[in-house]
Structure formats: C-alpha cells, structure tokens
Ligand binder design. Structure first.
Ligand code: ZN
Ligand code: FE
Length: 240
C-alpha cells in the first residue's frame, strides 16, 4: 500500500509525496517548490528517488531542479513538453508505464489544460494523479487545447473504477462547487456535497483527494453531455 502525504504550498497547490514501503522508494508529484517537500521527506526518514510531472506549468515543476540537486532523484514527465521541462530524465506518453518500486502506473494522455498534459493511473492502488485536468467539481482551464479534448479526457477518466482516489493539484473545490450549483441547480448530490465542503473549508480542512464516483455525481464538466456543453460550462466558469 502506498502512503500518500498532502503538502499544501503557495496559495492553493497540493504536492503529493508518495512512499512505496516495499522498495523504500519515495516519489513527488508536481513539486511547485522544493523546501517543504525535502523537509517533509526528511521528517519521515524517506529519501526522494523520483519526481513525476503532469505538465510544464511552473507551479508543478518549480521544485524539480532543487529536489534533484538535493537527492539525485530521477524525473519523469510528458514527452510532448520536454522543451518546457528541461529537468526531465525520462519522457513518457499515453500508454507508457512508470514504476515506483513494486507499483506500476499507466500514463494517460489528457491534453487540453496544456498540450502535453498527462495523468498517472495506478490501478492496483485505485489511485490517479491528474494534475490540473480534473478537480473536485471542476476541470482545468483550456490554455493549450480544446473543449473536445477536455470532453474526451473527462470521458476517459469517468471510465476508471468509481472508487479510484483522484489526487488533484489544487484546492479549488469551494469555488468550483459554487459554479457547479449554478450549472446544475437541481443536483441533490451536489447540494449535499457542497454542504460538506463548506463545513470542511470553514475548519481549514482539505477536500482533496476526491473519487471518480463523486465527480461522476457532482462535476458539471465530467457530467457535460457533449463537448459543446462542456465548452459552454467552461466559458461560464471562466467568467463566474
Ligand atoms: Zn497548470
Ligand atoms: Fe496548477
């Protein structure tokens, strides 16, 4: 069983520190920064051996160089973004596999937020690291891709088992949910989820990870019936 630790950094980023106890390997997903990650690993007596990047944005790769410098770790990320992530050692694309000790992740192409965005799906652990593609009740902005691509991404992710834990890279849940209530005012599951989210956020608690089943029930982007509907909702949320 993986141990997965949430490290909140910057205003709303989550870095995921992932330990595989059989091999002793420790991996970091999308390190925006280095120091809090190195401190957390040291506190736990873990040595960081790998970094996995989902996309090139600085709030996902900014800590790469310093963590590599401190630990000598190996960095894996999207082949399509290799020019924008000069620290990568291994380049991967959809269908490739990546190993962390005895655990294997499948790479899933999810372009749209950035052109080469990938997700890492660990079926045996019912875990997926989605970066800025899928959020609790939201999806990433379409900076380098189309609504059609994001619609395909949502369809792909929605086919994962419902109890898959979804590790997103930001705490955007409350503002996503406020918009979701406008998009689907009659969605009872959404109303109940928002009550729980408001309570959690008032106490300063994190609302991530989420699950595929929760998103299937409450996420207006995963629930969009067509690329056109997703596009409409994305534009509405951008201006919300
Ligand atoms: Zn991003
Ligand atoms: Fe981000």
């Amino acid at each position: 069983m993986l141990e997965i630790i949430r490290i909140p950094v910057l205003s709303d980023n989550y870095i995921w520190l992932v330990h595989e106890p059989d091999s002793g390997e420790t991996m970091v997903v999308d390190p925006a920064v280095a120091d809090p990650v190195l401190a957390e690993a040291e506190k736990r007596g873990w040595t960081i051996t790998q970094i996995w990047n989902t996309h090139w944005h600085p709030d996902h790769t900014g800590g790469n160089a310093a963590i590599k410098e401190a630990t000598g770790c190996h960095i894996t990320g999207p082949e399509a973004e290799k020019e924008r992530i000069p620290t990568l050692d291994t380049l991967v694309k959809g269908g490739d596999t990546v190993r962390l000790g005895n655990v294997t992740a499948e790479v899933i192409d999810v372009p749209a937020h950035t052109a080469g965005h990938i997700a890492f799906y660990i079926a045996d652990e019912k875990t997926v690291f989605v970066g800025d593609t899928l959020f609790a009740m939201g999806c990433g902005r379409l900076f380098e891709g189309t609504a059609e691509q994001m619609f395909d991404n949502m369809q792909k992710l929605s086919r994962l088992p419902g109890d898959t834990q979804v590790y997103c890279a930001h705490e955007y849940t409350l503002s996503n949910g406020e918009y979701a209530l406008v998009a689907e005012p009659d969605n009872q599951a959404l109303k109940e989820r928002m009550d729980a989210v408001r309570e959690a956020r008032e106490k300063g608690e994190a609302t991530v990870p989420t699950t595929i089943a929760q998103e299937a029930a409450t996420n207006p982007f995963m629930r969009a019936a067509s690329a056109d509907e997703l596009a409409e909702r994305r534009t509405a949320k951008d201006n919300f």
